[in-house]
Write a protein that binds this ligand. Structure first.
Ligand code: PRP
Ligand code: MG
Length: 210
């Protein structure tokens, strides 16, 4: 029975596809720059679909995919309460959630801050725990722009290498959460395809994923 994996499109899918190829799976129609979204290996053991990251848990919860691989940051922000099992930490896609601001800008803690972020839920939780009143502006990407053009005082975003912050003249004020890529599993598939899922975890766990 083929195992259907929904991969978060982007850095995660590239790393996982390389890992699967290095483990002997042949996806003849796959190329990193392809616009194709669905791939099957020649041995017909795996079917891979490339999905926008917040949708991975939707596919898995509803059984449109057996398992999914997605960043823990996305699970925490967009998929809280999804009825899926989290079964494996891939140890890749490691990143940290940070509050950041333009270098040298001092933050007046007594004033209401405006926060630009793709992660309104996690940002709200963080500032609420600090008893800091904030206005959250939900953005969908290129969040680093917001404090540069006067849209926000600070941003809350993930930092991996720190290159994006640096390139835009921003600095981290505080890191407050750590994340990595996780494998999630449909509850029925976990029973019905248990062997296949364990096999895949063994394979992925054995490889040094880059
Ligand atoms: C993510 C994140 C940061 C950057 C962090 O953006 O929102 O901007 O990567 O990585 P770095 O620390 O290695 O530079 P992404 O590339 O996903 O683009 P987007 O924010 O426009 O969606
Ligand atoms: Mg970004």
């Amino acid at each position: 029975m083929a195992l259907h994996i929904a991969l978060a499109k982007g850095r995660i899918h590239k790393a996982v596809m390389n890992c699967l190829r290095d483990s002997g799976y042949d996806f003849s129609t796959y190329a990193e720059d392809s616009r194709k979204l669905i791939f099957e290996d020649t041995g017909k053991a795996l079917k891979v679909t490339l999905v926008k990251s917040p949708d991975v848990a939707v596919y898995v919860e509803r059984g449109a995919a057996d398992i999914g691989i997605v960043g823990e940051d996305v699970l925490a922000e967009d998929c809280a309460g999804a009825a899926v099992y989290e079964v494996f930490d891939l140890g890749i896609g490691r990143c940290r959630m940070a509050v950041a601001a333009p270098q040298g800008r001092s933050i007046d803690r007594s004033r209401r801050l405006t926060v630009g972020t793709k992660y309104p839920r996690l940002a709200r939780q963080y500032f609420a725990a600090k008893h800091h009143s904030v206005d959250i502006i939900k953005l969908n990407g290129s969040v680093e722009l917001a404090p540069l053009v006067g849209l926000a005082d600070v941003i809350v975003d993930i930092v991996e290498t720190g290159n994006t912050l640096k390139a835009n003249g921003l600095e981290v004020l505080v890191y407050f959460m750590d994340f990595s890529a996780r494998m999630i599993c449909n509850k029925v598939a976990f029973k019905v395809k248990y062997e296949e899922i364990q096999h895949l975890i063994t394979i992925i766990g054995r490889k040094e994923i880059q």
